[in-house]
Design a protein around this ligand. Sequence first.
Ligand code: FES
Length: 555
Amino acid sequence: MTARLRTIAGVVLFVYVTTHLLNHSLGLVSLASMEAGRDWFLALWRNPAGSFALYGSLAAHAGLAFWALYRRRDFRLSTGETVRILLGLAVIPLLAGHFVGTRAAHQEYGIHDSYTYVLLVHWRADRSNIVIQTAALASAWIHGCIGLHLWLRFKPWYRRALPVLYALAIVVPVCAYLGYVVAGREVLALARDPEWLRATVAGFNLPDPAGVARLERLVNGIYVTSVMAIVFVLLARFVRSVWERRRGIVRVAYPGGRTVAFPHGRSILEVSRLAGIPHASVCGGRGRCSTCRVRIVRGSDRLPEPSPAERRVLDRVGAPRNVRLACQTRPIADLEIIPLIAPQVASVGHANARSPRLEGEEREIAILFADLRDFTRFSERKLPYDVVFVLNRYFANMGSAVEQAGGHLDKFIGDGVMALFGIDRPLDQGCRQALEAARAMARNLADMNRALAADLDTPLRMGIGIHAGAAIIGEMGYGTAVHITAIGDSVNTASRLETLTKEYRAQLVVSEDVARHAGVDLAAYPSHDIEIRGRSEMVRVRVVAEAEALPLGAV
Ligand code: FES
């Protein structure tokens, strides 16, 4: 909840900074355009509602950021996060002088804080303001851009929007700076006329020396408050760590016999990180991805109950009661755990420092599961050599069907196949490819049955399930067994659809979502609404008796 509030407040502030920079850009046209744009800017932000949104967001964002700094147990941060935090801490003192000299001075003394006033102060009275103001706006902008990136990077559309967002991230501040420079030169040119200068300065309604001194004290007060806030957070962290040590030590036992002792108050993921134990954490510990989940082997009865947010994520993956999210669980007594998702050896849980594909990214993809029917019975009646021969032939046929359709062969599990479509292309195309692969797989199986008719008592049969939706894709595994795979709700759903082919005695069960994205009309096939464990809504599926008969033109 606090993270969400901080994000909302951050977005409001980012909108404020963006509108401010756009206003600066009008300086490229003329000083008069800048002043006219400022009227709109003030209409937006200097009314009771706009002021409330601005000051409220500033207080909430800064307060919650300090709170997050206090709560954070370790400072092993990615470069992006480090830069974001440092710039965030720098913004308030950097902007203090500008804020007091404009908005506060306007409110206290009725100063007419127009662009002309600000530009004269910066470009004529004291040029150090140019450096400070440029640093302040650059800090605020980069801090906001990194914050938005960290917030949005798992959204399925984000990668597609990246080129536009990158362009805006550069064009907006550059235009603003150029506007500031061009307008500054225009003001300097105007100021060469003493008459203009005298009349203009008189119109600013500047405060008397006592007022100026008071404003200066306000600026100093902001500096001191900023420093004190940081010192206070550091002190609070120190007091907490002393207190936690006094409260006692908790031990977490990992597979392989390693036990880590740590003071109360840390999450299991933080303990793994501090102890250097590799622990999957695709979302970086934000309680979103479920990859950090652990089975509690011993001590689950003394764990605090999961929060509603943690429970939601656990329900989504159908986790049993003894499974918890390591990033959200703070043990208060000894316990023994087994991490359930193998981490990439090199990651040590620091997803942010790695490439998106390695760390995992959320994308919308189509997932296909296929499985041979009654293969166990077949293998019981055959020599191992025959079983291996048939299986290898089956894998070759299914693998080529997937690859020729443009999919990514994820893995063979026993006699089953998992394939992903749309990893590097739009979802619609991925769905079409998945249907094409299903048709080719059915065709290849039929060919195989014909070729092996003499060796098979009964033809081989298969079931295929296809679903589409958001999944986390990343390189997972251990040692040499690392490969790109997908996890998440949609993967579980696709697997469930494959098992439903037995119940419906059909070769393919495909969700309506896939058909819709692929642009295929499957209305001729029977439909069912099915319930999937951990999902609140039903999933509508189409049951296709023979995948080879899927409409040709459609895919
Ligand atoms: S690290 Fe993603 S939910 Fe825990």
